[in-house]
Design a protein around this ligand. Sequence first.
Ligand SMILES: Nc1nc2c(ncn2[C@@H]2O[C@H](COP(=O)(O)OP(=O)(O)OP(=O)(O)O)[C@@H](O)[C@H]2O)c(=O)[nH]1
Ligand SMILES: [Mg+2]
Length: 472
Amino acid sequence: MSHWQQLKNKALELTYRTADQHVRLAVTGLAGAGKTAFITAIINKLINASPEHASQLPLFTVCLEHRLLETKRVLQPDLQLASFAYDAALAQLTGEQAQWPASTTNISELRLAIKYRPKQGFRGRLLNGASATLLLDIVDYPGEWLLDLPMLEQDYQQWCRTIWATVTNLSRSPFYDEFKASVMALQPAADASDELLATIANHYQRLLQDMVQQQGFYLAQPGRMLLPGDLAGAPILSFFPLLPEQLTAADAFGRNSIYQILEHRYQEYVAKVVRPFYHDYFAGFDRQLVLVDCFTALNRGKAQFDDMTKALNAITQSFRFGRRSLLRRLFAPKIDRLLFAASKVDQITRDQQGNVLALLNAILAPGRNFADSAGCAVETMAVSAIRATKPGMVRDSEYGEQEVVVGNRLSDRQPVTLYPGQVPRQLPDAVFWQQQGFRFCDFAPPQLQPGQTFEHIRLDYLLNFLLGDKLQ
Ligand SMILES: Nc1nc2c(ncn2[C@@H]2O[C@H](COP(=O)(O)OP(=O)(O)OP(=O)(O)O)[C@@H](O)[C@H]2O)c(=O)[nH]1
Ligand SMILES: [Mg+2]
């Protein structure tokens, strides 16, 4: 090999080592979409995938080709973040009575080192038969935090109008009247007092918590009111939307007026809470997965389902990679693969899985063209991270052979064999909602026997889309 060739190879190797050996994967989704279960499952699958177990992930090419050598957890890059509690989640899932991991209350991270044998060809030749390592960073956080993303593009007045535009939903809560009355009684030009604002912010918080936890809605801003953590009681979280009619001529109100103080707190919240979260953790992502739980939303009813559609589209609008997005600077236009996955599809029969994919596409249709233009591959799939049911067949005297799912109901852990019903291929219309609702069943996690591993639906296909090209 000539000296020049050696030098060139060295330079290429360096590029290869530094640029291509690292993937940051954002696993996002609204609260309860299945992020933590998903992350636990892919860590588990990757750690246990070895050339001998290639058959577990047949659609993950690197695995099928026996080139996936070993996956290990290694030191995470961000020292100030908690580590993703993989061991705790796994212990819960494999305990004497298997439990789903608890709902997430803070951000955490985990890094995997995936050792693989590159394919022959350019990289293979470069490494001369040696193995290569891909570092994969995965970040988990509470779904509620994602809801604040659209606030980055709104000022306080726009935000107030957006919130009050959802009054038909808000007024379903028994806490609505109390909140509305307390806001109406305010003179926004009058001087603010901390106590008064704190009292009304508490009313607003109670309303949001009830909307999400009892009424089953998704959109709730600011998201930290649902899970305040360190911010509980801090003035930065002590704000709420004034009524649109209270905003007239508000810019002229004095510096200590209620309006100005609320506006200031809103701006501070966006600048000090929302922006750093997205800037620090989202800006560097290369690949984005958005999990969507269609079944819970269908079970809850039309208003809630529409609210989920709206929330998802508001968020994905903000993922836009197009030139017009204000967030372009925040979200590095680095993301080159974006995957929307309908989660938990083990809850339905196999014949319905095409339907849930069609439904997911219908849900995402309004915001769909945001990424296409920027050379970002967008894909939709239907997956289950941890399969809690098995498919079965029953013979029905009226309908003949009928596909069913078999599992243990989450509520009482009783074994059930059921046909969960049809999944609509499109957004269901009003008549449909009136005539029949949906009753998809939540299942307890599988009780693994010694030596058994979790089953999944299409996790291998998903891994291939998100990582396959990096493991060539
Ligand atoms: N049947 C089935 N249920 C699942 C699966 N994944 C998650 N679930 C159910 O969905 C619930 C929520 O899953 P999580 O992984 O906690 O969801 P999350 O998105 O992390 O939720 P937050 O942390 O609250 O934002 C679990 O408690 C399970 O009941 C799956 O693959 N199959
Ligand atoms: Mg979680």
